[in-house]
Design a binder for this molecule. Structure first.
Ligand code: SF4
Length: 480
C-alpha cells in the first residue's frame, strides 16, 4: 500500500505536524503508512496525495501533558521524532493513561527527548557569549552557538526578555534569531565564520571567570557536567580551564596560607585610605562625557575596583531631560559593562514603558560605578556600598550631571538619594516627592526596582510594582 507523505514547513513546524497528525489519526492511518519530511528530498516510496478528510464530527482528545511534551520534543534533532509523536498520539486514543506507564519504550523515549531539549535550552542560555560590533547608534551584539537540537525559535523569547534593550543576533548552524529592539526575526542558519570575534570581549570573559574561580571548591566532574567539553570551543573562558584545574591544588593551598594574613574587618578603613588615589592624581577635568567615561575606566578612588570586572558608567543621550540614578551595578551589569540590564533593569524597563517614558531618551547611571559583592560559592552576593564608597564615587556622578544638565534627576533608592542629596533620606515616607538641591537641581525620590524583586509575596510585589508605576507616571508628567 502506498504511504502518505507529510511535508512540514520546517524542523520545528509544530502546527503543521499537529494538523496533519490530527487528520491522519482521525482517518485511522497507521504510523507505518506515513513519511514525515521537512526538506525537499523526496521519498520515492511516499505518495504525494492529499491528506485524508477525517469523518464528520470526529474528534480527537489528547491530554494537555502530551501537547506540552510534543511541543518540546518536536525541537529534538532525531528525524524519527515525528514518527514517535504520531505513534504516541494514535496509542493515546486507546490508552488514555499511556503517559503514566514509565516502563513503556515510547514513553521513555518521549521523556528522554524532552529532557535533552530542555537541557540544550538551558545550556544555550548559560553559554551564549555576545560580541559587541559597532558603536553608538550602530551598536549590535552577535553570538555564535552550536545547539544539539532545533531550539533557537523556542529559546529566542528568553533572550528578548533578558536583553530587551539591546540589538542582538544569535547565529547557529540551523537558524538565527535577530532582535532589533522591537521585533524578533527567525532566519536561516549560518556558519561560524559569520560571527565576529572580539579579543577584548573574550579577555573580559576570561577575567570574569578567573575572578569567580574558587580553587578550594573545585569539583572537576561536577564542573564538566555543568559545562560539557563540547561547549568549550565557543567559550572564551574555556581556554583557562585546563590550567586552572592543574593549578587548583596549589592555588587552594596558597589561598589557605594567605587567609590568616588578610586584614581584620576593623582594618578596612585603613586599607581604604591606603588604596584611595590621592587627590592630586585625579584626572584632569574631562572635556566631554565620552572623556569622562574613559577616565572612569581607570578609577581607583575607592577599593571597589579591585574585585569588580569593570567600571559600569552611565549611558544615554548627553541632552537627556531626565537622569535616573540607581545604587550600583549588579552581577549582570558588571559582566555586560552597562547599567540596568539585569533583573532589576528589566522591571525598570517594563514599568517606565508602561508609564510612557522612552528609555532611549533617558540617561541611566548609578551612584557607585563598581559592583560590590561578597563571594559565596560560585555566586557573588550584592553588598551595599558604604558611605565612604558612595562619597568617593559622587565625584563621577556630579560630573555626569554637569554634562547632561537634566531637568529632573530621579533617585532610585536610599543610596542614590544619599549621594544626590548628601544625607540619608527616608525613602518610603518621601517617595513620590521632589527635593530641590542647593544648586537648583530637582530630585525625585522613589524606590530602587530591586526592592520589588526582594518581596516574597506575589500580591505584595504586585502592589509595590503598581506604586512604582505611579511614581514613574509622576516622573513622566514632570519631564513632559
Ligand atoms: S566605585 Fe566609583 S569611586 Fe570607587 S573605584 Fe569605582 S568608580 Fe572609582
Amino acid at each position: 500500500m502506498s504511504r502518505y507523505s507529510v511535508r512540514l514547513a520546517g524542523e520545528t513546524d509544530f502546527p503543521g505536524w499537529r494538523d496533519a497528525a490530527r487528520r491522519l489519526a482521525l482517518s485511522g492511518i497507521a504510523p507505518h503508512a506515513i513519511t514525515w519530511q521537512t526538506d525537499t528530498a523526496n521519498d520515492l516510496f511516499a505518495e504525494a496525495r492529499p491528506l485524508p478528510e477525517p469523518p464528520m464530527a470526529a474528534s480527537l482528545n489528547v491530554p494537555r501533558e502530551f501537547i506540552d511534551k510534543a511541543e518540546a520534543v518536536i525541537c529534538h534533532s532525531d528525524p524519527a521524532r515525528f514518527d514517535l509523536l504520531y505513534r504516541l498520539l494514535v496509542r493515546l486514543r486507546n490508552e488514555p493513561h499511556l503517559l503514566k506507564l514509565a516502563s513503556d519504550p515510547d514513553v521513555i523515549r518521549l521523556r528522554d527527548y524532552e529532557k535533552s531539549v530542555r537541557r540544550d535550552i538551558h545550556k544555550m542560555r548559560a553559554f551564549v557569549r555576545f560580541v559587541r560590533v559597532g558603536e553608538g547608534d550602530g551598536e549590535h551584539f552577535v553570538a555564535w552557538f552550536e545547539p544539539d537540537h532545533y531550539i533557537v525559535e523556542r529559546n529566542a523569547p528568553f533572550f528578548v526578555r533578558r536583553f530587551a534593550g539591546m540589538r542582538w543576533t544569535i547565529l547557529t548552524p540551523h537558524a538565527s534569531a535577530d532582535w532589533d529592539g522591537e521585533s524578533l526575526v527567525i532566519g536561516p542558519g549560518a556558519v561560524k565564520s559569520d560571527a565576529p570575534r572580539d579579543d577584548a570581549s573574550d579577555e573580559l570573559w576570561r577575567t570574569y571567570f578567573a575572578n569567580i574561580f574558587n580553587p578550594a571548591r573545585l569539583k572537576v566532574k561536577a564542573m564538566q557536567a555543568e559545562m560539557p567539553k563540547k561547549y568549550w570551543r565557543n567559550l572564551p573562558e574555556a581556554s583557562l580551564i585546563p590550567e586552572m584545574i592543574r593549578g587548583a591544588d596549589a592555588a587552594a593551598r596558597d589561598m589557605l596560607e594567605r587567609m590568616p594574613t588578610m586584614p581584620a574587618p576593623h582594618h578596612a578603613k585603613v586599607q581604604e585610605r591606603h588604596w584611595s588615589t590621592p587627590e592630586k592624581e585625579l584626572p584632569d577635568e574631562a572635556a566631554s562625557l565620552v572623556e569622562l567615561r574613559r577616565q572612569a575606566e581607570g578609577c581607583r578612588r575607592c577599593p571597589l575596583w579591585r574585585d569588580a570586572t569593570q567600571t559600569v558608567f552611565g549611558e544615554g543621550p548627553e541632552n537627556a531631560r531626565a537622569v535616573f540614578v540607581g545604587e550600583q551595578p549588579g552581577d549582570q551589569e558588571d559582566i555586560a559593562g552597562r547599567p540596568f540590564v539585569g533583573p532589576a533593569g528589566r522591571i525598570f524597563d517594563e514599568v517606565i514603558e508602561q508609564a510612557g517614558i522612552e528609555r532611549e531618551k533617558l540617561y541611566v547611571t548609578n551612584a557607585v560605578k563598581h559592583f560590590k559583592f561578597e563571594p559565596r560559592g560560585k555566586r557573588r552576593i550584592h553588598q551595599k556600598p558604604n558611605a565612604g564608597e558612595v562619597s568617593a564615587c559622587r565625584w563621577w556622578l556630579d560630573r555626569e550631571l554637569q554634562f547632561v544638565k537634566p531637568d529632573l534627576v530621579v533617585a532610585m533608592g536610599a543610596t542614590a538619594a544619599q549621594s544626590l542629596l548628601g544625607k540619608a533620606i527616608p525613602i518610603t515616607r518621601m517617595r513620590g516627592e521632589t527635593v530641590t538641591r542647593e544648586d537648583g537641581m530637582t530630585v525625585f525620590i522613589t524606590i530602587h526596582p530591586s526592592f520589588i524583586l526582594r518581596i516574597r509575596e506575589a500580591a505584595d510585589a504586585q502592589a509595590e510594582r503598581s506604586r512604582f508605576l505611579d511614581d514613574m507616571r509622576k516622573v513622566k508628567t514632570l519631564i513632559s
